[in-house]
Design a protein around this ligand. Sequence first.
Ligand code: ZN
Length: 341
Amino acid sequence: MDTKIHEMKKVILHLHLDGALRPETVREWLEEDGTTLSLEDVKTRLMVDKDCKNLNEYLEKFDIPSQVLQNAGRIERATYELYEDLANQNTIYAEVRFAPSKHLEKGLSYEQVVEAAIRGLEKAKGKYKVDGNLILCCMRGNDNQDENIKTVQVAKKYLGKGICAIDLAGAEALFSTANFADIFAMAKQNNIPYTIHAGEADGPESIRKAIEFGTKRIGHGIRCIEDKGLMQEIREKGITLEVCPTSNIQTQAVEGEHPIEKLYRSGILTTINTDNDTVSNTNIEQEYEWVLRDTGLTYSDLIQMNINAARAIFNSVQTKASLVSEINRQKDNRDSEKSAT
Ligand SMILES: [Zn+2]
């Protein structure tokens, strides 16, 4: 492992709780529920392989996570374990997202789901040097407007108390971003910040819609590379892209070379994220290693992308500034190391 990458202070904007469960924990839960599988079998069911064809196939890997995450104790534990893993990778701040509507099958209320995740987050914050907040995902789909409205209402109730924003997730190519205008109008009215998955499975039009809804961040957004005018708009509006390289390659959101370097060099505020550590069989350190190996970007660029991320978190100006200065301190340390040699 690259120690410089390991030691780098990291800020993560885009990470799904149900896509980042520890396989060992899922195995334990399946066993409790009456299904005994080997760890290898569990991994096969949770992780995509090289033959993944598109986002819809990728999303099938969320079936087991949804099935097992139906009680409060498990949701709390999953959140705690994820932040524990993040802390061990020197992540200093992470915004983890999930859809409360996916965890109601065994009688939990939206509030109970959200409170369980917040408890897990708080427990990890108490034990490790990691900070963060949770984003609640509305889901793309048919006839689920009531669920999405409830998600926005719950986000409002817990805003600033562990919840920092809402998102729109799910099968982008099947359910157009344009269908969800009401949700973001409601979020705006209630001063709830938001990010929107767009420009992943669907093209530039979906990004345009997200921008029209007033988003400051876009989940993935990589397909803006197909439209120069759109790239310019993203740059001028200071919108931050939450890029997840391995996930993008697996869902075949990109053809050929991943555009991260072009996006970054064009002056668009770019960040590196994992999307789903387990489903994509990755972690933030592996993503950084990929960036250094497969693109012309450097350690300094990775540090800059963490500064971009710190500035884009859904949090106070003070928290952003303190993260930026913590990230900058390591840069200063490295510079003084360099001048000393
Ligand atoms: Zn995502």
